[in-house]
Design a protein around this ligand. Structure first.
Ligand code: PBG
Length: 341
């Protein structure tokens, strides 16, 4: 509380030059104009940090909007090239590819078919969109008839047999010309196995971005519409992480770095900002965050109802992910964000 005597003292000190001032602090000085706000801005987004996920299907001229993800499409290879070229022209540096095969089987063998949608799209993008970074998601769930991320034995995912399939898949993406392979399956030991197979196959320059701390999240719901990859029974709790854990995320990240990951990822983003911050602070590796399908869908849904200002909510969200420590942001909003910057 300000008493009479302290007021008197303040006035007294203020009148003697050089004496310490006890004046009210005025942080609003630095918020007065756009120019001063931007002068002192601590977090900036830049176009070169965004990666744009794309879903590749078979056929030609296909552009099918995903019901739960307005503005996101299943695209045939020719349309992927058009979409990626347009994104690149706007300043988006890279894409992340997911595949929608026509046929699925219990062991996900379509994941390493050299003529499958992802492999074909990689070749087409490398040929037709020079300078575009091409990243591929490595997982079996889009390719298995049961929708699980691996080979099942008695309804359990067999870790090591699954890793063998992931290695085949990563090698076929590298052979097609992928710059970065991104294993998203959360099997143990897959990063090391992929790294050594890539090296032995002569793909020493193909980088690995591991989904190192991938949580078992409700926010992947719309993705499973987009990629037709919902499990036919059960869930992904036996391999994806418990949302309650953060120390475990650090152990997962550490293992993937030891096994040869070049970039580590935390996924989802908004509900795991603390995990992003810890991973970046403890390891200092290039750190990616995946702003996933459900995070996108909820902003879209609220915006369509007129409940949120979508451009502002989008930028606030992406800025928060950056402020937490992400160097790379994977988002379905990549084109909109880059256009807005
Ligand atoms: C697995 C994979 C998933 C996502 C990326 N890779 C789905 C899952 O684990 O069930 C989710 C991405 C998103 O929700 O946007 N291949």
């Amino acid at each position: 509380m300000t008493t009479k005597s302290s007021l008197h003292e303040t006035r007294h000190e203020a009148s003697s030059p050089g004496a310490p001032l006890d004046l009210p602090r005025r942080p609003r000085r630095l918020r007065r104009s756009p120019a001063i706000r931007s002068l002192v801005r601590e977090t900036r987004l830049s176009p070169d940090m965004f990666i744009y996920p794309l879903f590749v299907c078979t056929g030609e001229g296909q552009r099918r909007e995903v019901r739960s993800m307005p503005g996101v499409f299943q695209l045939s290879v020719d349309e992927v090239v058009r979409e990626a070229a347009a994104a690149k022209a706007e300043g988006v540096p890279g894409v992340l590819l997911f595949g929608l095969p026509d046929e699925k089987d219990p062991i996900g063998s379509g994941a390493y078919d050299p003529e499958a949608p992802v492999q074909s799209a990689v070749r087409a993008l490398k040929r037709e969109v020079p300078g575009l970074l091409v990243v591929t998601d490595v997982c079996l769930c889009e390719y298995t008839s049961h929708g699980h991320c691996g080979i099942l034995v008695d309804e359990e995912i067999e870790n090591d047999a699954t890793v063998g399939q992931l290695v085949r898949s990563a090698l076929s993406h590298a052979a097609a010309g992928a710059d970065i392979v991104a294993p998203s399956d959360m099997m143990d030991g897959r990063v090391g196995a992929i790294r050594s197979a890539l090296d032995q196959g002569g793909f020493t320059q193909t980088a690995i971005m591991s989904y190192a701390a991938k949580y078992c999240s409700a926010f992947y719901g719309p993705f499973r519409d987009a990629a037709d990859s919902a499990p036919a029974f059960g869930d992904r709790r036996s391999h994806q992480m418990d949302p309650c854990n953060v120390e475990e995320a650090l152990r997962e990240v550490e293992l993937d770095i030891e096994e040869g990951a070049d970039i580590v990822m935390v996924k989802p983003a908004m509900t795991y900002l603390d995990v992003i911050a810890r991973v970046k602070a403890e390891f200092g590796l290039p750190t990616a965050a995946y702003h996933v399908s459900g995070e996108y869908a909820m902003l879209k849904a609220a915006a369509r109802n007129g409940w949120l200002d979508e451009p502002r909510a989008m930028m606030e969200t992406l800025t928060a992910i950056r402020r937490a420590g992400a160097d790379i942001i994977i988002t379905y909003y990549a084109r909109d964000a880059v256009r807005a910057l």
